[in-house]
Design a protein around this ligand. Structure first.
Ligand code: ADP
Length: 204
């Protein structure tokens, strides 16, 4: 089962992707985590990514694609994966389609988590406060100013993907303002329907 989680920062993509990955026994691949790991490892691409991330801008497509596709070719993705934070541009979506097509594969579903802007700001502020309380490292891009930029980047560059996947007939939207457990149930229903509709031997 190959899934993509789509939604603005703070909509709950990572929370839901982690839960679904554990439940369905497939890896959760977060573009943000992969990029932060590259930055922390002092890899040359990390330096290029770091400034864009600190501003709330997108990292150039070729850098993200190289990192994500290398991970997607890993040995644990045979039964599928949940992508979180990738693709974020139409160019990335087309590159992902090509990458999968070359391997005789396709996406099963793209799940959009819808959330209101004011809730995103409140959720990220809570995530920050929690990190401080738990003495965990705070993300440099989790502050009010950069968050506004990340939300704007989502609306400008990522939200066009909704139409892209709607046209492919694989977009499913879920209300991300519902409590975590209810969002999870909605996602379970989508996945269950996919498994029923799945043609035997088709590989999505
Ligand atoms: P969030 O979705 O909460 O904003 P992420 O951890 O997914 O956080 O991403 C953090 C930052 O990493 C983004 O603001 C962006 O700078 C960079 N990034 C993540 N995924 C991509 C991507 N697919 N393309 C370009 N940049 C990305």
């Amino acid at each position: 089962m190959r899934l993509v989680m789509l939604g603005p920062p703070g909509a709950g993509k990572s929370t839901q992707a982690q839960r679904a990955a554990a439940k369905y026994g497939i890896p959760h691949l977060s573009a943000g985590v992969l990029l932060r790991t590259a930055v922390a490892s002092d890899a040359p691409v990390g330096a290029l990514a770091k400034d864009a991330m600190a501003r709330g801008d997108l990292v150039p497509d070729d850098i993200v694609q190289a990192i994500v596709f290398e991970r997607l070719d890993g040995p644990d993705t045979h039964n599928g994966f949940i992508l979180d934070g990738f693709p974020r541009t139409i160019a990335q979506a087309k590159a992902l389609d090509r990458f999968l097509r070359d391997r005789g594969l396709g996406l099963g579903a793209v799940i959009e988590l819808k959330a209101k802007d004011h809730a995103l700001v409140e959720r990220i502020a809570a995530r920050n406060a929690n990190a401080v309380a738990c003495r965990e490292p705070r993300r440099i891009d989790d502050n009010a100013e950069v968050l506004r930029s990340r939300i704007h980047t989502y609306q400008r560059q990522t939200s066009p993907l909704l139409d892209y996947y709607r046209r492919q007939g694989i977009l499913h939207s879920v209300d991300g303002m519902l409590p975590i457990a209810e969002v999870e149930q909605e996602i379970d229903r989508i996945v269950a329907r996919l498994q029923i509709e799945r043609v035997p031997d088709s590989d999505v």
